[in-house]
Design a binder for this molecule. Structure first.
Ligand SMILES: Cc1cc(C(=O)N2CCN(C)CC2)sc1-c1cc(O)c2nc[nH]c(=O)c2c1
Ligand SMILES: [Mg+2]
Length: 215
């Protein structure tokens, strides 16, 4: 039967990227998605904004909601200091299987833990299972209808501290109006919008960054 898009992305990585070289994986995927087949990786333009947020923050404990094929997982993990940890949650078993192989290809397994689960099932288990009290950085890139409930769930589980930074992809396309309304109006968040474009496309999209105040 015909291969899936994630399988085709993995093949591109194994054919054109160098083992242990995260930048070559990023470049191989971006080249393929721009030239051959669109895929919902954050991409190079929004990815550079993600890089700058991570580099400035230098987080020790990172949570990524939505792994897909591991493109942003690799983008983030390659910038983390030694000893830092990235936990990434992926609901789709096919995506998770591909992402594990991409993460192994770049040799970032010691920094990254991928959990195949619905976000709402594992957010309440972070402390007892991973010993993580609070996260320094959360990247939301899973499903537009889960951004707001999962943010409230993280708050409720005490996983967000003063200064935790949340960065959300796709706030324009596909769009997360309820989430934007909540964080832009809530007194416990200071937020800013990074205008950009949908990956490998001319359509507008952007990232919303918020530093948690709590209050
Ligand atoms: C699947 C999809 C289709 C989009 C679109 O407008 N398209 C028109 C333009 N053509 C070119 C592409 C397709 S945007 C998008 C998308 C993009 C992300 O970054 C996502 N991130 C996380 N979770 C998602 O469900 C997610 C969906
Ligand atoms: Mg996205």
């Amino acid at each position: 039967t015909r291969s899936t898009r994630p399988q085709r992305l993995l093949k591109v990585v194994q054919k054109h990227a160098t083992r242990g070289d995260p930048q070559s994986v990023i470049s191989a995927i971006d080249h393929f998605c721009r030239r051959s087949e669109w895929a919902m990786n954050i991409g190079d333009e929004k990815g550079s904004i993600l890089d700058s947020v991570v580099s400035e923050l230098n987080p020790e404990k990172v949570l990524e909601l939505g792994t897909y094929c591991g493109y942003s997982t690799v983008r983030i993990a390659r910038l983390l200091p030694p000893g830092a940890r990235l936990i990434t949650l992926e609901f789709n078993a096919d995506y998770a299987a591909i992402a594990r192989q991409v993460i192994a290809w770049v040799g970032l397994e010691d920094k990254v833990q991928l959990v195949e689960s619905a976000s709402e099932d594992w957010i309440p288990r972070m402390t007892e299972h991973f010993g993580i009290e609070t996260f320094d950085f959360v990247f939301l890139d899973h499903w537009k209808d889960r951004y707001l409930p999962d943010t409230k769930l993280m708050e409720g589980c005490g996983l967000l501290r003063k200064g935790t930074v949340l960065l959300a992809d796709n706030v324009i396309c596909p769009g997360v109006p309820d989430y934007l309304e909540y964080v832009r109006n809530s007194l416990s968040y200071k937020s800013c919008y990074f205008k950009s474009h949908l990956e490998y496309s001319k359509a507008e999209d952007g990232l919303e960054k918020k530093s948690v105040f709590l209050g």
